[in-house]
Ligand binder design. Structure first.
Ligand code: GTP
Ligand code: SPV
Ligand code: MN
Length: 604
C-alpha cells in the first residue's frame, strides 16, 4: 500500500491529522502505513508479526498466558536525559535544568535523519487518549512509529485506537508524536519537545520513556507546559486510595523520582495487623497524575495512563504480591532474564534462579559470575485492568479528590522517614528542594544525590523557577488544599542497612498522615518540619528496633545544615526565577536551624 492521503481520509475526520500523517510519510517514506484501531484482532496480528521478526519472544504460555519477552539493544535500556531537549524559541523558557535547542535547528537536524528513515518499514499510526474517555481532563495524542514493540506497548499503556479518533472527531487539537527507531546509533539519538507546536520528535531509541511518547514526553513534558498555561498540574505522581476500617477512602498523590517506589506504594498490601482491622489500598495510577481544581474547590486527579510500565527487579510476592499477580498474564517483559521453561526471572524476585537461565541479553547466565541476570532497569508493561487492587474510580471521568500530597526521595542520610510541612508554601519548598539518589531508570551514574524537584527534574517542560511559581499560585485556586508531606523509605544506618522495612509497612506512615489531618496524631515541631515520635506511629505487629526507628525519624542539625546549603546552591543555579517566597522560607529555616529563628523548636 502506498501512503496517500485518500486512505487517511477514510480513517479520520480530522483533516489536520490526515495531512500530518501524509507529510510525515513523505519525509520518512515507509513501505506501509497501518492505522491502529486497538482491536483484539489487531493485537494478535501485531504480536504474530513481532514474534516472526524476533522483536518478541514467546514466554511459557501455560504459566504466563499472553506474556512475551522483548530484549532491547544493549545500548538502549533506559532514558537518555542528556539527549532529551526542550525546543522553545528562547532558552529561558526551557530554563537552566533542561537541555535546549532552537526549534529550527532541532527540526532541521531531525528532518535530515528522518529523510527516508522508514524505507522498507511499516509506519504505525497510533491514536490514543490520555485520561478516561469523555473526561474534561482527557487529551488526544497520535504517535507515528516504525516500531511494532512501541505499538504493542502503547496499546497497553493508553486508551488506544478507535476511541481516540472518535474523541478527536474533525478537530486539529492533538499531540503530534513522531518516533523512528533508526539504527540506535547513540550519535543519532535525540528526543525533542516542541511545546508550542504540541509536538515531539524522538529518533534513535526504542526504550520506553524515549519511545512511548504518550508517557513522559506528552503526559509530563508537554502537559506540564499546557498545565501552566491552563491552570492545572501534570505531575510524576502515583495516585492511591486508602480505605480505613470505617470504609472511608482518602486519596493520596505522591511524587517520587524514577525507580523510587511509586508503583510499590500505589498497590501496596497492608501489613497483617492493618489488614485485619480492615485497611485497604486501591490503585488509581502508578506514575503520572493530572491535577485540576474541581467545582468544589478541592484538587482532583486522574491517571492519564491505562497501564503500568514498571520496574521488575525487587518485585516479589513479599514486596508486591499484587504486582506479581497482575504479571501472570497479558504482559510484555523487557530485558528480564528467562528460565529454561520459558518463565521470567529477575533479581529480588525471591525465587531461586533455575539452572540454565538466559540473561537479559539472551546469553547463558552463571549465578556465580557476579553479573545481573535481569537488567537493573528491566521492566514490565501490563494493563491496569490486570491489577487486583485497581480502584473502582480509576476510570472516573471526574478523577478523585486529593487530600494528601507526598514528595519523597531515595536518601541514605538526612531525610527522616516522614516530615509534615507547616503549610502549602513550606510543602512546595520541600518538593522544590528535594534530593534523591540517581537510579538505573536513566543512563549515567547510579546512587549520586541530585536535586530532583517534585521528582520532575527530567520531566518539567519549562523553566523550573516558573514551575515552582505555578505550584505556589495554585494555592489560591484551591479552597481546601491537600496537606503536603515528605517521606524517605531509604534511610540507612552506618552499616548500610535500611532503617525502615518499607513496602507494605509504609501504610503505617500514611495512616499517621491521615490521623494528622483528622487531628488524631501528635508530632514534634522541628525547624525543617513536623516529625512523629516513635509512639505517634501505629507499630502494632511491627518488629523494628527502637533504635533503628529513632534513627529513621531523626532530624540531625548537622546533616540539615548541609542539606540547606545544597538547596541554596540549587536556588543559585536556577537563578532569578526562584520565587521570593521560597527564598524567604529558605532563609527562615536556616535561621531556625541555627537557633536564631523567631519560632521556637524542639529538637528530635
Ligand atoms: P518509575 O517507574 O521509574 O517511575 O519508578 P517507581 O517510582 O514506580 O519505582 P518502583 O515502585 O518500581 O520501585 C523501584 C525500586 O524501589 C524497586 O526495586 C523496589 O523494590 C524498590 N522499593 C520500592 N518501595 C520500596 C520501599 O519502601 N523500601 C525499599 N527499601 N525499596 C523499595
Ligand atoms: C521513569 O523513568 O520514571 C519511568 C520509566 O517511569 S519511563 O517511562 O521510561 O520514563
Ligand atoms: Mn516514572
Amino acid at each position: 500500500m502506498t501512503p496517500n492521503s485518500s486512505e487517511a481520509n477514510t480513517m479520520t475526520k480530522s483533516r489536520a491529522l490526515a495531512d500530518w500523517v501524509t507529510e510525515a510519510a513523505r519525509l520518512t517514506q515507509p513501505d506501509r502505513i497501518v492505522w491502529c484501531d486497538g482491536s483484539e484482532e489487531e493485537n494478535e496480528r501485531l504480536t504474530r508479526e513481532a514474534l516472526a521478526a524476533g522483536t518478541l519472544i514467546k514466554l511459557n504460555q501455560e504459566k504466563r498466558p499472553g506474556c512475551y519477552l522483548h530484549r532491547s539493544n544493549p545500548n538502549d535500556v533506559a532514558r537518555t536525559e542528556q539527549l532529551t531537549f526542550i525546543c522553545t524559541p528562547t532558552k529561558d523558557e526551557a530554563g537552566p535544568t533542561n537541555n535546549w535547542m532552537a526549534p529550527d535547528e532541532a527540526y532541521g537536524k531531525l528532518r535530515g535523519w528522518l529523510k527516508g528513515s522508514m524505507r522498507g518499514r511499516t509506519m504505525y499510526v497510533i491514536p490514543y487518549v490520555l485520561g478516561p474517555v469523555g473526561s474534561h481532563f482527557a487529551k488526544v495524542g497520535v504517535e507515528l512509529t516504525d516500531s511494532v514493540y512501541v505499538a504493542l506497548n502503547m496499546r497497553i499503556m493508553t486508551r488506544m485506537g478507535k476511541a481516540a479518533l472518535e474523541m478527536l472527531d474533525d478537530s486539529d487539537d492533538f499531540g503530534r508524536g513522531l518516533h523512528c527507531t533508526l539504527d540506535l546509533d547513540p550519535e543519532r539519538k535525540l528526543i525533542c519537545h516542541f511545546p508550542q507546536d504540541n509536538t515531539v520528535w524522538s529518533v534513535g531509541s526504542g526504550y520506553g520513556g524515549n519511545a512511548l511518547l504518550s508517557k513522559k514526553c506528552f503526559a509530563l513534558r508537554i502537559a506540564s507546559w499546557a498545565g501552566r498555561t491552563e491552570g492545572w498540574l501534570a505531575e510524576h505522581m502515583l495516585i492511591v486510595g486508602i480505605q480505613n476500617p470505617k470504609g472511608e477512602t482518602t486519596y493520596v498523590a505522591a511524587a517520587f523520582p524514577s525507580a523510587c517506589g511509586k508503583t510499590n506504594l500505589a498497590m501496596l498490601t497492608p501489613p497483617p495487623s492493618m489488614l485485619e482491622k480492615g485497611w485497604r489500598v486501591f490503585t488509581v495510577g502508578d506514575d503520572i497524575a493530572w491535577l485540576r481544581v474541581g467545582p468544589d474547590g478541592r484538587l482532583w486527579a486522574i491517571n492519564p495512563e491505562a497501564g503500568y510500565f514498571g520496574v521488575a527487579p525487587g518485585t516479589s510476592a513479599r514486596s508486591n504480591l499484587n504486582a506479581m499477580r497482575m504479571l501472570e498474564h497479558d504482559s510484555i517483559f523487557t530485558n528480564v532474564a528467562m528460565a529454561p521453561d520459558g518463565d521470567v526471572w529477575w533479581e529480588g524476585m525471591d525465587v531461586d534462579p533455575a539452572d540454565g537461565m538466559l540473561d537479559w541479553q539472551g546469553r547463558s547466565w552463571d549465578p556465580k559470575s557476579g553479573q545481573k541476570a535481569a537488567h537493573p532497569n528491566s521492566r514490565f508493561t501490563t494493563p491496569m485492568k490486570n491489577n487486583p487492587v485497581l480502584s473502582p474510580e480509576a476510570d472516573n471521568r471526574n478523577g478523585v479528590p486529593i487530600s494528601v500530597i507526598i514528595f519523597g526521595g531515595r536518601r541514605a542520610t538526612t531525610m527522616p522517614l516522614v516530615l509534615e510541612s507547616y503549610d502549602w508554601t513550606h510543602g512546595v519548598y520541600m518538593g522544590a528542594t528535594m534530593g534523591s539518589e540517581t537510579t538505573a531508570a536513566a543512563t549515567g551514574a547510579v546512587g549520586v544525590v541530585r536535586r530532583d524537584p517534585m521528582a520532575m527534574l527530567p520531566f518539567c517542560g519549562y523553566n523550573m523557577g516558573d514551575y515552582w511559581a505555578h505550584w505556589l499560585k495554585m494555592r489560591s485556586a484551591i479552597k481546601k488544599p491537600p496537606r503536603i508531606f515528605m517521606v524517605n523509605w531509604f534511610r540507612k544506618n552506618e552499616k548500610g542497612h535500611f532503617l525502615w522495612p518499607g513496602y507494605g509497612e509504609n501504610l503505617r506512615v500514611l495512616k499517621w498522615m491521615l490521623d494528622r489531618i483528622d487531628g488524631k496524631a501528635n508530632a514534634l515541631d522541628t525547624p525543617v518540619g513536623r516529625v512523629p515520635r516513635p509512639e505517634d506511629l501505629d507499630l502494632t505487629g511491627l518488629h523494628v528496633s527502637p533504635e533503628h526507628l529513632r534513627e529513621a525519624l531523626a532530624v540531625n542539625p548537622k546533616e540539615w545544615n548541609a542539606e540547606l546549603h545544597s538547596a541554596g546552591e540549587f536556588f543559585t543555579q536556577i537563578g532569578s526565577t526562584v520565587p521570593e517566597e521560597l527564598r524567604h522560607r529558605h532563609a527562615e529555616m536556616l535561621d531556625a536551624l541555627n537557633g536564631n529563628g523567631a519560632r521556637r523548636h524542639a529538637q528530635a
